[in-house]
Design a protein around this ligand. Structure first.
Ligand code: SAH
Length: 357
């Protein structure tokens, strides 16, 4: 038993089973024992590795994308350059290096990070020490102004609820106790308004996931874009529609039982891009088509960038550089599972590499 499993077991004994979303939220962000609250989980020695940690090319290309959007929107004199869930701060550092090459953009950009974990904030401060950076707990604390926002592997860390289709309603998968241990159980089937529309495309026994905080977060982004302009670029794993159980726990790069050691494993679920797009456009933004990460990076010139950087490399460094290109783009690696979507104001110019031209 971890200290957190003892705490959660007490809470379940007192209040009854908890939703998977409440369980995920405690495991990831409990101030004392939460996964993100207590460690830096990234990299070869951590539990998982993300695109900006694989290669500087990822952040460079996202930086170029942001620069192109900034130019296309008439180079506004002051922008809110923001990232939500910035991890180690690597992506923002790579982006800031690239935009220095675009006359006027660094002076225009005020850098804002939205990060819940104090441990990772400290890490971001270290990575970005030469820059003036503002930290926030919530998106709603960002200042007004054209918003240029990135989110890489942020939405997959948001807590989800899971429902199993019954004959005419839904049973929720909840975390309860079995023989004193945390275990999944099912609530009695009942109608559930938010999933009424999914009765048409699911069969009894199938699982559908819902991310309760996603509409509010994506809605806030959409409303800011509609009001102030700019663009949001969202990269994550998932697909257009939620179907099936995608809840997973990773420890030391391997899948583990999500209930065995709460707080010790990274818990994620695939992102439902349809729900993301609906919240963004519901708040007044225009949403681009969804494109696989591999296609997006190729459109931005990752192959050319790989060759250019390769010229100065040899031996093991060259091999790992080539492997990084493959890892980011190949359909069997991150190229297909990860998707990219962007949003902007309805009257903004087409978004590079995403909107049809
Ligand atoms: N974008 C980074 C990190 C992805 S991991 C990368 O690609 O490497 C998820 C990040 O989101 C972590 O920084 C985590 O602490 C942060 N996070 C998780 N839930 C959050 C929340 N509710 N609000 C703000 N940040 C959150």
């Amino acid at each position: 038993m971890t200290p957190l499993s003892a705490l959660l077991a007490q809470r379940i004994e007192a209040d009854g089973p908890m939703t998977l979303a409440d369980y995920m939220a405690e495991c990831l962000l409990h101030p004392r024992y939460g996964y993100y609250a207590t460690r830096d989980p990234f990299g070869q020695t951590g539990d998982f590795i993300t695109a900006p940690e694989i290669s500087q090319m990822f952040g460079e290309l996202l930086g170029l994308w942001l620069a192109q959007v900034w130019l296309d929107q008439g180079s506004p004199a002051r922008i809110v350059l923001a990232e939500i869930g910035p991890g180690r701060g690597t992506l923002m550092a790579d982006v800031m290096r690239v935009i220095r090459k675009v006359p006027g953009m660094t002076d225009a950009a005020e850098v804002h990070l939205i990060e819940a974990s104090p441990t990772l904030r400290a890490r971001q401060r270290e990575t970005l020490k030469s820059a003036k950076v503002h930290w926030h707990d919530h998106l709603s604390h960002l200042p007004d102004g054209p918003l240029f926002l990135m989110a890489n592997e942020f939405f997959d860390a948001l807590p989800i609820r899971q429902f199993e289709r019954a004959a005419s309603g839904w049973s929720e998968r909840q975390v309860g106790l079995r023989e004193g241990r945390l275990a999944l159980g099912l609530s009695a089937p009942a109608p559930f308004a938010a999933l009424e529309h999914r009765l048409a495309d699911t069969q009894p026994g199938q699982i559908v996931e819902l991310c309760p905080v996603l509409p509010q977060i994506a809605g806030e982004i959409g409303a800011r874009l509609a009001r102030h302009g700019g663009a949001a670029l969202i990269v994550d794993y998932g697909d257009w529609h939620s179907l099936g159980d995608t809840f997973q726990a990773l420890n030391d790069h391997r899948p583990v039982d999500p209930f065995a050691e709460p707080g010790e494993a990274d818990l994620t679920a695939h992102v439902d891009f349809e729900a993301l797009a609906a919240a963004l456009s519901g708040a007044g933004a225009r949403v681009s088509p969804m494109v696989p990460q591999g296609v997006f990076l190729e459109r931005l010139g990752i192959s050319q960038r790989t060759s250019a950087l390769a010229r100065n490399l040899s031996g093991a460094a060259l091999e790992s550089h080539i492997a990084a290109h493959r890892r980011l783009t190949h359909p069997e690696e991150m190229g297909q599972l990860f998707k990219v979507i962007a949003a902007t104001a309805t009257d903004a110019p087409p978004l590079p590499a995403l909107d049809p031209t």
